[in-house]
Design a protein around this ligand. Structure first.
Ligand SMILES: *Cc1c(COP(=O)(O)O)cnc(C)c1O
Length: 388
């Protein structure tokens, strides 16, 4: 196996060498001011990436999925009503987690490829005059379908209904890659992880809690131990965790945040947009279509590409790995076998992306698809030459 090629899966993402080195460090006392010098800048840096003045940031040794559980278990009680739309595998899994926690989920079934249905949310919230719905869930970027939803529109739906429900947003594949505005969008819990926009190995659940969400933790009764944010806060106040923190990953995250701020958060978003637009030009040149149903929902961190009827899209991923040592993402759930995914988030340049498009093209030609070698690469090159 060779590690020479970049990966084009939508997480874990490619790691800058400096971040890898930062994670690899000698043991320190994790209940000491030395640890505080890693921890506190990280909490502040994450808050800036979330675009929040007041959020409490918590980091757990876990993954994005643990972030979902942190949101639910700290703010809700058994039987609480949840409003969520299912438009892909990740929204599906969060809904499933709610149900396993004994929550009562009202699911809005949404075509896989569409964004979250803000107007349907609004109608449901307006009809909920007794305010039984305690939380609205939103997946900002559905990684399974390459669909970005309008979080401001979901916030507007809550406001139009004058509804007091909490608002939880899964930003695992958007935060640090695409614009996210926790305060402006009135997000109560923002969830992410270390291995996507932050360019780290998997291993951290990263969440931001609003004041309203912190207040909810005082009365919520779902059981929680490992993911208890109150315990975690007490730990932070003493430069520690309630248990042993993954110090190396936190040190890596500190550097990641410094790198993002050095490039400039808005420049990071523009870079993702530019690289993604080049990919979309390539897809068009191949004569293929995205799973995302319209340009307003195109994701800048992942593209799910539909293959012709009767063709098994997973073969593309298998052959790319076997023949060319390059990783793309398979289709998940309802779109398994019907799409393959190109992840384009994290540490990525135009040049790296061209290598991914070049290999995708070779694989499609190898498998007999009606794609011309060089066509997608040329379309992306033309865009990257001129794209800002
Ligand atoms: C990757 C991802 C998750 C799950 O994160 P894990 O770190 O694998 O637990 C959740 N939501 C979205 C949108 C994701 O892309």
């Amino acid at each position: 196996m060779s590690f020479q090629n970049p990966v084009f899966i939508p997480g874990p993402t490619n790691m800058p060498e400096a971040i890898r080195q930062a994670c690899y460090m000698p043991t320190i006392d994790h209940r000491s001011p030395m640890f505080g010098k890693i921890l506190h800048p990280v909490l502040d840096g994450v808050r800036r990436v979330l675009k929040s003045e007041t959020a409490k940031v918590f980091i757990f040794p876990s993954t994005g999925t643990g972030g979902w559980e942190t949101a639910l278990s700290n703010c809700l009680s058994a039987g609480d009503k949840v409003l969520a739309a299912r438009n892909g595998m990740f929204s599906h899994r969060w809904i499933d987690m709610c149900q396993r926690h004994g929550l009562d989920v009202q699911v809005v079934e949404t075509p896989w490829g569409d964004g979250l249905p803000a107007s349907e949310y609004e109608a449901i919230l307006k009809a909920d005059t007794n305010h039984e719905i305690k939380v609205v869930l939103a997946t900002h970027n559905e990684t399974a379908t390459g669909v970005k939803s309008d979080i401001a529109a979901v916030r507007a739906a809550l406001d139009a209904a004058n509804h007091p429900a909490l608002f939880f947003v899964d930003g695992v594949s958007s935060i640090g890659s695409m614009d996210f505005r926790m305060d402006e969008w009135g997000v109560d819990v923002a969830v992410t992880g270390s291995q996507k926009g932050f360019m780290l190995p998997a291993g951290l659940a990263i969440v931001g809690f609003s004041e309203k969400a912190m207040k909810a933790t005082e009365t919520a009764t779902l059981p929680r131990t490992f993911f208890d944010v109150q315990d975690m806060q007490k730990g932070y106040d003493a430069n520690a965790f309630p248990y042993t923190p993954p110090v190396g990953l936190l040190r890596g995250l500190k550097l990641s945040l410094e790198m993002i701020e050095e490039e400039g958060l808005e420049n990071v978003f523009l870079r993702h947009k530019r690289i993604a637009t080049g990919v979309r030009h390539a897809v068009k040149a191949w004569g293929l279509e995205l799973c995302a149903s319209s340009p307003d929902v195109y994701s800048d961190s992942v593209s799910a590409i539909k293959t012709p009827e009767g063709f098994n899209a997973t073969e593309i991923v298998t052959r790319a790995a076997d023949q060319y040592g390059m990783a793309f993402g398979v289709g998940l759930g309802k779109v398994a076998g019907r799409v393959f995914r190109i992840g384009h988030l994290g540490m990525l340049t135009d040049a790296m992306m061209l290598s991914g498009l070049g290999v995708a093209e070779m694989v499609m030609v190898d498998l007999g698809l009606d794609v011309k070698l060089g066509s997608g690469v040329a379309a992306a090159q033309e865009f990257y030459r001129h794209g800002v």
